[in-house]
Ligand binder design. Structure first.
Ligand code: ADP
Ligand code: MG
Length: 319
């Protein structure tokens, strides 16, 4: 088991009567990509600000790389790269000049700074535009420049607040792939997002927030299994046997496959099957056994959006 890099116990932040974060227990291990996910106003940014020592917690325990950000904020900031939800650069300076300015502020010797800036821009796919003014950059390029800036610090931990906000889907995917690559260098990544579906693929584990509380944590697959009862979803297209025009026999055959939880007709000849494990070959056999003509079989994973909606629906139903 990898070392714990970020740990909180009962971490709480109140603004007057508003409870922004309540009783947060978080444990993030070295090399993990962890997502703090939840709607706007659920406490993600406040959590991040406490972790990097920019906001004082009201109560609770916290440790980042073994340090308490309340006591040694500068030591934490030196080892943790933080990308706020809005990154500012000097538009009239080039990408290189912007990073040079920041490394100078951080007291990095020129030769070492040049080496790190070159490597970071290369890494973020910005080497070709290094000498272009930032004014000409798209939002996606600015976000990558923000990440390049963090990498110049050679941080052990990177914390990104809403990193895909305002990016088009393609730029968001590219950016998430870059985040995922940091993991290969052993960098621990904590990111926040209200776009559950968009970021779920890059996170090893996620914590789902609602109104200041982290109500669920785990891998996407574990949460899908816990909340939806199934982590696998198969879309099956088949033409029922001529003797089974309504597909009732086919449906019954699919339902009898061990591990299948739910079979739903989506449209004529299309079925959605939720299952506890990968049952594709069993479903194919069952369909053929019922005399159907199998046309297609694809697998998808239920998304976090659905996990979130179902969890809160059930909580509301119980209340
Ligand atoms: P998120 O990042 O998930 O959108 P925030 O952490 O920004 O959520 O906010 C959580 C709650 O705390 C919200 O109700 C917000 O209005 C409140 N809040 C955040 N910052 C402040 C502040 N500086 N003063 C007063 N209330 C705040
Ligand atoms: Mg926020």
């Amino acid at each position: 088991m990898n070392a714990t890099v970020i740990e909180t116990r009962g971490l709480t932040k109140r603004y007057g009567p508003t409870v922004a974060v309540e009783g947060l227990d978080l444990e993030i291990r070295k090399g993990e990509v962890f997502g703090l996910l939840g709607p706007n106003g659920s406490g993600k940014t406040t959590t991040i600000l406490m972790l990097i020592g920019l906001t004082e917690p009201t109560s609770g325990e916290l440790s980042v790389l073994g340090l308490d950000p309340r006591l040694t904020p500068l030591m934490v900031k030196r080892q943790v790269g933080y990308l706020p939800d809005a990154v500012g650069f000097y538009d009239e300076l080039t990408a290189w000049e912007n990073l040079r300015y920041i490394t100078k502020l951080n007291g990095l010797p020129a030769a070492e700074a040049d080496r790190r800036i070159g490597a970071a821009l290369e890494r973020m796919g910005l080497a070709r535009v290094a000498n272009q003014r930032v004014a000409t950059f798209s939002r996606g390029m600015r976000q990558r420049l923000g990440l390049a800036e963090l990498l110049c610090k050679t941080p052990q931990v990177v914390i990104l607040d809403e990193p895909t906000l305002g990016l088009d889907p393609e730029a968001a995917r590219d950016f998430l792939a870059l985040i995922r690559q940091l993991k290969e260098d052993g960098i621990t990544v904590l990111l926040s997002s209200h776009l559950l579906h968009q970021v779920q693929e890059v996170c090893d584990r996620v914590g789902l927030f609602s109104r200041g509380r982290m109500l669920l944590t785990g891998s996407v697959e574990a949460l899908a299994r816990q909340v939806l009862g199934s982590a696998w979803r198969v879309h099956l297209e088949a033409q029922p046997a001529p003797s089974d025009p309504e597909g009732a026999l086919l449906r019954a055959a699919l339902e009898q496959v061990p591990g299948v939880r739910l079979v739903q007709a989506e449209s004529t000849g299309h079925w959605r099957v939720d299952a506890q494990q990968d049952v594709r070959s069993e479903l194919a056999q069952a369909a053929l056994g019922a005399g159907a003509r199998l046309i297609g079989l694809t697998q998808a994973r239920p998304g976090l959006d659905e996990v979130y909606a179902r969890y809160f629906q059930e909580a509301a139903d119980e209340a």
